[in-house]
Design a protein around this ligand. Structure first.
Ligand code: 9D3
Length: 241
């Protein structure tokens, strides 16, 4: 999969792309991420990318010119690298569709994404009209820009790419992360740490008893922390233990 990122802060992606699962996926050739600084496509001598809103009011608006020129450059670069057609365009905005695991599952099947990050008050509306991006938000809280959301999106997609996780059934455990129940408590050595003991059932060797205990703990934790998930347990029947 190829992901182009259009941003005013390409440096924010450097560490992210060079560590962990994203680095591994890139080194295996499963993922190609290319950042583009759309300030490089500004046309005036001050290299402006934003301007005051028509009609007045506070704040600034990202301009069409640099964004459309950067998008055209992305399409040309992708085609030169062997991509066909056009990328699926995503715009990260607080007004977008809320990111969830279902959306990640949809997006990870795309061969080519182009992700537009804003950093000021908003985008000139003609960017939406002209590029027709899917607008995505990562949740109901205010951030300073779309760069961290872009990294959230790329991380969530990357771990779904076949071969990105070390173990073949990695995706299977997703149903436990976001499915019917939260994960219950887990323990590793030592058996006693500062007078805190590992529950005896886990040391019993009775696999049936261990499975029942884990399920019960998962239900208790889900009831306490995310009772909303229990309401949708029927939708997730196939994923339960
Ligand atoms: C004062 C301006 N805001 C009015 C509600 C609009 C606004 C524009 C841009 C608020 C924040 C931002 C910067 N945030 C993002 O670009 C962003 C974001 C977010 O803030 N929260 C969750 N998901 C996302 S995706 C992009």
């Amino acid at each position: 999969m190829r992901i182009d990122v259009l941003t005013l802060f390409p440096g924010m992606f450097e560490g992210f792309l060079e560590e962990g699962i994203v680095r591994v996926a890139r080194s295996k050739g499963l993922l190609d991420v290319v950042t583009h600084d759309f300030r490089a496509f500004a046309t005036d001598k001050h290299r402006s990318v934003d301007d005051r809103p028509y009609g007045g009011g506070p704040g600034m608006v990202l301009m069409c010119g640099p964004v459309f020129a950067c998008d055209e450059s992305v399409v040309a670069a992708g085609r030169a690298a062997g991509q066909e057609g056009e990328p699926k365009r995503i715009m990260l905005t607080p007004q977008g569709r809320r990111l969830d695991q279902d959306l990640l599952e949809e997006l990870h099947q795309e061969p080519w994404l182009s992700v537009l990050c804003g950093h000021y008050e908003g985008f000139d509306e003609r960017i939406r009209e002209g590029l027709e991006p899917l607008e995505v938000s990562i949740g109901d809280y205010v951030l300073s820009g779309g760069e961290v959301p872009a990294m959230v999106l790329i991380d969530g997609i990357t771990r779904l790419l076949p071969g990105a996780l070390g173990h073949p059934d990695g995706a299977r455990s997703d149903s436990f992360a976001c499915g019917p129940l939260l994960e219950g408590p887990q323990y590793t050595r030592p058996r006693v740490f500062r007078d805190m003991e590992v529950p005896a059932v886990l040391l019993s060797g009775d696999h049936g008893a261990v499975a029942r205990w884990r399920h019960e703990q998962a239900e208790l934790r889900t009831q306490a922390r995310r009772p909303d998930l229990l309401g949708r347990a029927d939708e997730n029947e196939h994923t339960s233990q």
